[in-house]
Design a binder for this molecule. Structure first.
Ligand SMILES: C[S@@+](CC[C@H](N)C(=O)[O-])C[C@H]1O[C@@H](n2cnc3c(N)ncnc32)[C@H](O)[C@@H]1O
Length: 370
């Protein structure tokens, strides 16, 4: 290979066989990568701000100087000061050099400190933080194509998952998604039988139980420890007596005659989604409905090359695909499977009706019937 390198204005050429290097493009990429490293570290910094109460103190008492943030949160001043500067450099807080104070803008305060806001973000960071912490194990497993079960992850994955999804369910499930299904709300109001399959910490089950007091619910999940949390949450919410929790895999789903089966952000995590769909088909009443909520996605890779798709492909690689691969069959359809793949799965299992009932920036909602 030639060592003769020629440089003209902003282009470097190694030899005729190698494309010329555009130095502006190279440096643009390097500085974008610097921002990515800052963002990677910010994932932990957001979890730190959430856990140590930095955001809450800024929201309640800002603008604050670093020593005041440290005092109000009972933390070391040097940590508070460095954290604040990192947050200011990333645009999460603003800095006023004349007063040395830091402010959390009202919109950021809503997204970072108000769990009732649909824009609430700490859970998104927490599940990402937990996922990255377990990534070392995934690198080894990926060599042989092996999986890692949902229950084998650290608790930031499980807790972050519930905290991430719950605000979206609270904003959409009762007001938008269930009314988008044909005839379902009337059944729920009159008293129906519902099974929430892959319910995790039960956020969706509890929201539905609160909205429809005449209806009875089963929440099931393959991860028994998640159901222990769900049981506690349901008791706190005052709906525990109307929900039965079953620790079981979807392919062994019990019961029959359900008016509604729901599956929230869990079908793509299953090893055998076709087997699960067959069980749902058997367990539904003849005029029953299966509502499947999946991460928003289009059918083609190029439909998903956007910021939401990027985050979901990341979770797919490190969390959902390993989870599916850890189970029997291990179909591993991925987090961005798209509507056509989901339709294929449910029609293979015997369902004849499939439609997209609703979409949000983060979810597709499918109505599936026999
Ligand atoms: C991303 S979490 C979603 C949890 C919950 N539905 C929510 O929206 O917060 C995926 C859930 O699917 C469950 N899961 C994965 N495979 C399963 C299977 N084969 N049968 C039942 N549950 C399963 C996991 O244990 C986990 O709780």
């Amino acid at each position: 290979m030639s060592t003769d390198t020629t440089t003209s204005t902003n282009t470097t050429t190694a030899d005729a066989a190698t494309p010329p290097i555009d130095m502006d493009k190279l440096m643009g990429f390097v500085f974008r990568a610097v921002d990515e490293v800052g963002a990677t570290l910010n994932c932990a910094l957001v979890v730190m701000g959430d856990r140590l109460g930095y955001y809450q103190a800024l929201a309640d008492h800002g603008p604050l100087v670093a020593s005041e943030l440290a005092r109000r949160t009972g933390t070391g001043e040097r940590y508070a000061a460095e954290w604040l500067n990192a947050q200011a450099a990333g645009g999460f807080v603003t800095y006023d050099p004349s007063s040395l104070t830091y402010t959390l803008p009202a919109e950021h305060a809503m997204a970072l400190t108000d769990p009732s806001s649909p824009a609430y973000l700490p859970g998104f960071f927490q599940i990402a933080f937990g996922t990255v912490r377990d990534a070392d194990r995934i690198f080894d497993l990926a060599r042989d194509g092996d999986g890692l079960g949902w229950g084998e992850h650290n608790s930031d994955v499980h807790i972050g998952c519930e905290r991430f999804f719950r605000p979206g369910y609270a904003a959409n499930l009762v007001g938008e998604w269930l009314p988008a299904l044909d005839g379902v709300v009337a059944k729920l109001e009159g008293g129906a039988k519902v099974h929430d399959l892959g319910c995790g910490h039960g956020a969706s089950t509890i929201l539905m139980a609160q909205a429809y007091p005449s209806t009875t619910f089963v929440g099931s999940d393959a991860h028994g420890a998640s159901l222990d949390v769900a049981r506690e949450r349901a008791a706190e919410a005052g709906v525990g007596v109307r929900i039965t929790w079953e620790s079981t895999s979807a392919t062994a789903l019990g019961g029959s005659g359900y008016d509604l089966v729901t599956t929230f952000d869990a079908l793509h995590d299953m090893g055998d989604p076709v087997g699960a769909a067959r069980r749902v088909h058997d367990a539904l009443a003849s005029d029953g409905t299966w509502m499947v909520v999946e991460p928003v996605a289009g059918d083609r890779v190029e439909d998903n090359l956007n910021p939401v798709g990027r985050a979901y492909y990341g979770f797919s690689t490190l969390l959902c695909t390993p989870g599916s691969l850890s189970q029997d069959v291990g179909l591993a359809i991925g987090t961005q499977a798209g509507p056509a793949r989901i339709r294929d799965i449910v029609t293979t299992a015997g369902f004849s009706s499939f439609r997209i009932a609703a979409t949000t920036p983060f979810n597709n909602v499918f109505e599936i019937r026999k």
